[in-house]
Design a protein around this ligand. Structure first.
Ligand code: 2HG
Ligand code: ZN
Length: 449
């Protein structure tokens, strides 16, 4: 046992310092298998004070620290690169009491999204963000990436849910602002700075979250359309004409086929169509009649499957939610989570498909239509960097974002200057120096080296 492990063991207890290579493996590789590196060790503190103790030991030993939540990240931001200490936040999973008056709750950074949603549901409320990795993704990681998911059009991304936070600086000092005051007009938003900071500024230990009402009636519909532009037109009409639009997801024939084949489930229709739009609504009164009326007058909806009961809704969602796992059966995918303004989406899609085709690779495309957020999953790219470069440049040309919801991580750090100006990059670097002067937290992530 080396000096560092024994010092950390004095903080968290010997059982919570992991050096066994077989156990480390689960913390060293990301979900896709694309990003992996060796950890010096994994340390699993139980609470904020232990997090502070761990950081002080690491600072003293000048060892870099990679904070990690549920390890569902897709850009290499939560796995070690080169002998760092992995600081797992998973044991900080406390769920505070729901405050029904403010409609808020304070949870530990290691609480999973699913646990928070169940906890809110028990109080008759819900959490505004949802995504397919809900059983493993932790709130801390979701704040750190400003995660989005499938309900951003209704309730916004993580940024819109965070009303307070507690975080530990590398020198052990604690920033604590958990009152969740809905009105607070007092200067720089330091809590907001932590949203999307990808573990580079401080270690988040608790978050105060805004909760949302649980709609009484829900309806899900999968609509077959000719292409992305048709899907956008249908989305515009249901957005205006049907109350409670919560999700608008797009996928295509190829992806649906892989999902159905690998998961042995039936497709939504007997006929195969090129493009599918999944829309989900939640409202006080049943949105189905309004939905039926909005669809009746449209000849660009080629087929529709509508579900109101829970099991049937889940069946429709499985076609969309299953994409990530289905793609992984084809090999290690190159994942490009990008977004472009709605008017440019179809033209960008065209260019994206051409880039991947010229590279001789296979594209599985799906995403969140309302935000113009495409998940380009590329399999069999011989030169991933050149392909990524072409896609990132196209995104920038259309005025889009190189990361819509997964973060920058190590995957996209070198392309950040495409979408952030020199003045923004300088302010970001100065922010990093102010919070983490020794550069101990998540080196190589987010900011270009
Ligand atoms: C989703 O929308 C996630 O399901 C994962 O953001 C996307 O696997 C992906 O590329
Ligand atoms: Zn997504």
């Amino acid at each position: 046992v080396d000096e560092l492990s024994s010092r950390l063991a004095r903080v968290v207890g010997p059982d919570q310092v992991i050096t066994d290579r077989a156990v480390l493996a689960g913390y060293e590789t990301d979900w896709t298998g694309r990003f992996a590196g060796r950890a010096r060790l994994v340390v699993r503190p139980a609470d904020r004070d232990e997090v502070a103790g761990v950081l002080l030991v690491c600072r003293d030993a000048r060892v870099a620290v990679v904070p990690q939540g549920g390890n569902t990240g897709l850009v290499g931001g939560g796995v070690p690169r080169d002998g760092e200490v992995v600081l797992s936040l998973r044991r900080l999973d406390r769920l505070g009491p729901v405050d029904p008056i403010a409609g808020q709750v304070t949870v530990g950074a290691g609480a999973t999204l699913a646990a928070v949603r169940r906890h809110a549901a028990a109080a008759g409320l819900d959490f505004g963000v949802d995504l397919a990795a809900r059983e493993s993704a932790t709130i801390g990681g979701m704040v750190n990436t400003n995660a989005g998911g499938i309900r951003v059009l209704r309730w916004g991304s993580m940024r819109a849910q965070v009303v307070g936070a507690e975080a530990v600086l590398t020198d052990g000092r604690v920033l604590r602002r958990l009152a969740g005051l809905p009105k607070d007009s007092t200067g720089y938003d330091l809590v907001g700075t932590l949203v999307g900071s990808e573990g580079t500024l401080a270690v988040l230990t608790a978050v105060r979250l805004r909760l949302v009402p649980r709609p009484r009636r829900q309806v899900t519909a999968t609509l077959a359309v000719a292409d992305t532009v048709a899907a956008q037109r249908v989305l515009a009409s249901v957005r205006a004409g049907v109350p409670g639009l919560t999700s608008a997801e797009i996928f295509y024939a190829d992806g649906l086929r892989i999902v159905c084949d690998t998961q042995s489930i039936a497709p939504p229709f007997r006929t195969s169509y090129t493009t599918y739009l999944l829309v989900d609504f939640g409202a006080e009164d049943d949105p189905t009649p309004a939905l039926a009326a909005a669809l009746a007058s449209r000849d660009d909806v080629l087929d529709s499957a509508i579900a109101t009961d829970e099991a049937a809704r889940r069946t429709l969602w499985a076609h969309r939610d299953g994409h990530t796992e289905a793609v992984n059966t084809l090999g290690v995918p190159l994942k490009l989570d990008v977004g472009v303004p709605a008017p440019a989406l179809a033209e960008f899609e065209h260019e994206l498909r051409a880039i991947v085709e010229v590279a001789g690779a296979r594209l599985v495309l799906f995403g969140h239509l309302a935000e113009g957020n495409f998940h380009a999953n590329v399999i069999g790219a011989h030169d991933p960097d050149t392909l990524t470069d072409a896609v990132m440049r196209a995104v920038a040309r259309y005025g889009g974002t190189i990361s819509a919801e997964h973060g920058v991580g190590v995957a996209k750090a070198r392309w950040l200057p495409l979408v952030r100006s020199p003045v923004e990059l300088e302010l970001m670097a100065a922010t990093k120096r102010a919070w983490d002067p020794d550069g101990l937290l998540n080196p190589g992530v987010l900011l270009p080296r």
